[in-house]
Ligand binder design. Structure first.
Ligand code: SF4
Length: 429
């Protein structure tokens, strides 16, 4: 979501005459588009902005430091308490006004705080200016906000209630991207299964998948995130039938304990969740499944944690994103005592990561000696002789090959695996 907002903002700023620069050191204006879902990410923004503040004190070319996005929305004016040197605090609903705000601040009429509830303008996507370096895959936001109010989550407070974008707007954006050469599109929403419910006209997320899938020359279609209470057979069927829709499902469980799930207000039980996984596997036996897990949620006992471990062992996820609980502003859970000691959170985090690493390693071994279609994304950060790409199931594949393969889907034979990567051979095929 934030990356997408950054692209909108980039377009708006360039249209208003601001010029992007190559490095932070040469910028007059630095805006942090901060995520508020986890405390850790916020602390990093605060740390980075603090470093810049020192530069601003000495270097008069640096005029504006701002925090924008849902982090700004979550903390509002209170951010000034921790970062009194900020010139701009602006929530996601107001990003389209940022060029105006920056001009005001440059004219000496700052600082500015813009965080009240507001509807984003319907035409905001007209400002979208995609980074020209994005040539292979792109995100499209299909809806914003969330109505679920999971007890730990700040999203409904910073992104508002669910609002779907009209399908024709999404289809036009997807079509334009594909014409520009984009091979893979990921549809984004906090709860994609709720897409179009606010239209009340019977149109569903599966209908949207079908229409995007029909765009000629689109090679791969992915989406995040599905909510386990809403993911239904209709969607799994659509995933199975539609050729571009990849065999990859992200289905966050958060905890394996029914008691904790109830306290989290997730509105499903462990068994409900496992039934959905069974259906998904029926339609996509070779597909990959990933999840999110929170450890150390208030009152999580050793037994609750064991339930989570059992789910991991049973589902054998391809990837699990594990987060240590931290209270988020405004949420129901933040009013509960954060009573799992940090040390226990760390231990549970490590136990889960170790278990998941073993499972991922074993899962990946099944690809040994198989030929896989890989969308080549570029050269590896670690070695510029190696190309990196992704399979339809989201597996990272590293192999030697020429630059000309970047942006193409090629067949690679897997000769080595570890928990996170498949090593392949392209030439010998
Ligand atoms: S479904 Fe729950 S966790 Fe996901 S965005 Fe909505 S409130 Fe947050």
């Amino acid at each position: 979501m934030n990356e997408y907002d950054s692209e909108i903002l980039r377009g708006l700023l360039i249209k208003s005459g601001f010029v992007p620069v190559e490095s932070e050191e040469s910028a007059n204006i630095v805006l942090f588009n901060g995520c508020s879902v986890r405390e850790h990410a916020e602390r990093r923004v605060i740390g980075r902005a603090g470093m810049l503040r020192k530069r601003k004190e000495k270097d008069e070319r640096l005029k504006i430091i701002g925090v924008i996005g849902c982090m700004a929305q979550a903390h509002k004016e209170k951010l000034f308490g921790e970062m009194p040197y900020l010139d701009l605090i602006c929530g996601p609903q107001h990003i389209y006004k940022i060029p105006e705000y920056l001009s005001e601040i440059l004219a000496g009429r700052g600082p500015i705080v813009a965080v009240d509830e507001d509807k984003r303008p319907a035409d905001r996507e007209n400002h979208l200016l995609r980074d020209e370096n994005i040539k292979i895959k792109a995100y499209i936001t299909i809806m914003e906000g969330c109505n679920n109010f999971c007890s730990y989550c700040v999203v409904p407070y910073v992104r508002g209630r669910e609002t779907s974008r009209p399908p024709e707007m999404i289809l036009k954006e997807a079509d334009d991207l594909v014409k520009r050469g984009i091979r893979e599109i990921t549809l984004l929403g906090q709860n994609v299964n709720s897409y179009a419910k606010d239209f009340n006209n019977g149109y569903t997320f599966s209908n949207l998948l079908k229409e995007v899938d029909a765009i000629s020359d689109l090679k791969r279609l992915k989406f995040v995130t599905s909510h386990p209470k809403d993911a239904d057979e209709q969607m799994f069927k659509a995933m199975f039938k539609l050729p571009t829709v990849c065999e990859f499902l992200h289905l966050p469980i958060q905890s394996g304990s029914d008691e904790i799930l109830k306290s989290m207000n997730r509105k499903y039980t462990r068994d409900d969740y496992l039934r959905k996984i069974d259906i998904a596997r029926r339609y996509m036996p070779e597909g990959a499944i990933s999840t999110d897990i929170i450890v150390g949620y208030p009152n999580e006992s050793d037994d609750d944690f064991k339930e989570t471990l059992n789910v991991l062992k049973q589902v054998k996820y391809d990837t699990a994103y594990v987060f240590k609980y931290s209270p988020r502003p405004h949420t129901a859970a933040s009013k509960m005592e954060d009573n799992v000691p940090q040390k226990v959170k760390e231990e549970r985090n490590q136990i889960l990561l170790n278990l998941q690493r073993d499972i991922s390693r074993k899962n990946n071994e099944k690809y040994l000696n198989k030929k896989l279609g890989v969308l080549v994304e570029g050269f590896s950060d670690k070695c510029d002789k190696l190309l990196v790409g992704k399979t339809r199931t989201g597996k990272t594949v590293v192999f030697e090959g020429p630059q000309v393969l970047i942006g193409k889907i090629v067949e690679v034979r897997v000769h080595g695996t570890n928990a996170s990567t498949l090593l392949g051979n392209w030439k010998k095929i």
